[in-house]
Write a protein that binds this ligand. Structure first.
Ligand SMILES: CC/C=C\C/C=C\C/C=C\CC/C=C/CC(=O)SCCNC(=O)CCNC(=O)[C@H](O)C(C)(C)COP(=O)(O)OP(=O)(O)OC[C@H]1O[C@@H](n2cnc3c(N)ncnc32)[C@H](O)[C@@H]1OP(=O)(O)O
Length: 280
């Protein structure tokens, strides 16, 4: 008997398969013609990254690597948010062990996406603050819909993001632009992100964004995949090695910082503001 969580193939038109993973907050759909997998985050309303979404993302990335897809496109099921970053509710009023788990799983997703040899692209169909920007900049290519915001806003919140979390961002922007944006905690509009090089293309719809991502991945069709993947990883090796050296200390540092009364207070105020914004 086929277990419902096991590669349940559901016909979706003539040329794509929805591969049900052992997860609920992400889906993986493989286009039979191109062999490219679309990984969709689906945790309403804003894809805030709780532990379950982070685990599901890891499982989906592994699935895509194992099913020999030609590339991975990361996107969101929601109409105006790619991902709101870490789930602040999950980090508020909780114990240190939970905070350690949150951070460990964020690290695990980042390294899985940043360190995959597969071609990767993000179809950014909505806002992508903080952890949302982290996922987008872990990919090799970004296409974004107009009139949304993307960036690492940690400095605005009085928080220092670790170097690994900034490394995708610093890979794609000139050092001077990255330093200024990170010290300002700047959120870029789509147009500003395009002009700075933080996103590669602008698309007027999610479908067009996915198509442009697929065209980017298709540009490697005639390149030997092993040579391509190893070349990519050579570019990323220094950041990956540096991250591996500090990953455990980084978890301890995050748990200590996030559990401190000062940061808990910042989170509480931030959450109040988010809730009140909804009432206005
Ligand atoms: C504040 C963080 C503090 C401390 C972190 C602790 C230690 C850190 C040390 C170093 C680490 C640094 C790294 C951090 C990585 C992160 O990712 S932190 C998360 C930062 N994220 C944000 O700042 C985004 C906040 N959200 C928004 O700006 C907007 O919601 C967004 C532009 C994404 C969408 O806007 P809109 O469509 O108008 O939706 P609403 O704002 O109305 O939101 C809808 C509901 O979703 C809830 N929500 C939004 N974001 C989050 C979130 N990140 N976590 C949990 N929940 C979120 C919001 O409350 C609304 O809920 P409601 O409908 O009112 O119930």
């Amino acid at each position: 008997m086929l277990h419902s969580n096991l590669l349940r193939l559901v016909a979706r038109g003539s040329s794509s398969r929805l591969m049900s993973t052992a997860t609920k907050l992400t889906t993986v759909e493989v286009n039979d013609e191109t062999g490219i997998a679309t990984l969709t985050m689906n945790r309403p309303p804003v894809n805030s990254q709780n532990v379950q979404l982070l685990l599901d993302l890891q499982a989906s990335i592994s699935e895509i690597e194992n099913n020999k897809s030609r590339g991975l496109i990361l996107t969101s099921a929601h109409s105006n948010v790619f991902s709101a970053g870490l789930d602040i509710f999950e980090m508020y009023n909780t114990d240190v062990e939970r905070l350690r788990t949150v951070w460990t799983e964020l690290q695990n997703v980042w390294i899985a996406l940043y360190g995959t040899s597969l071609p990767t692209a993000a179809a950014i169909n909505g806002h992508a603050p903080a952890g949302g920007c982290l996922l987008a900049t872990a990919c090799e290519y970004r296409v974004m819909r107009p009139n949304f915001l993307i960036g690492l806003n940690e400095a605005q919140l009085g928080i220092i993001a670790p170097k690994w979390l900034m490394s995708g961002f610093t890979n794609v922007l000139p050092k001077r632009v990255a330093e200024r944006a990170l010290t300002q905690g700047r959120m870029f509009t789509t147009q500003e992100a395009f002009e700075a090089g933080l996103v590669d293309e602008i698309a007027s719809s999610k479908e067009e964004a996915v198509e442009k991502c697929a065209a980017f991945i298709g540009s490697f069709a005639k390149v030997n995949p092993l040579a391509r993947g190893l070349t990519k990883l050579q570019f990323r090796a220094d950041n990956i090695k540096e991250f591996e050296k500090i990953r455990e200390k980084d978890v301890a540092d995050f748990a200590a910082l996030a559990s401190s009364p000062e940061v808990q207070k910042v989170m509480g105020t931030y959450l109040e503001n988010l809730k009140n914004k909804g009432k206005k």
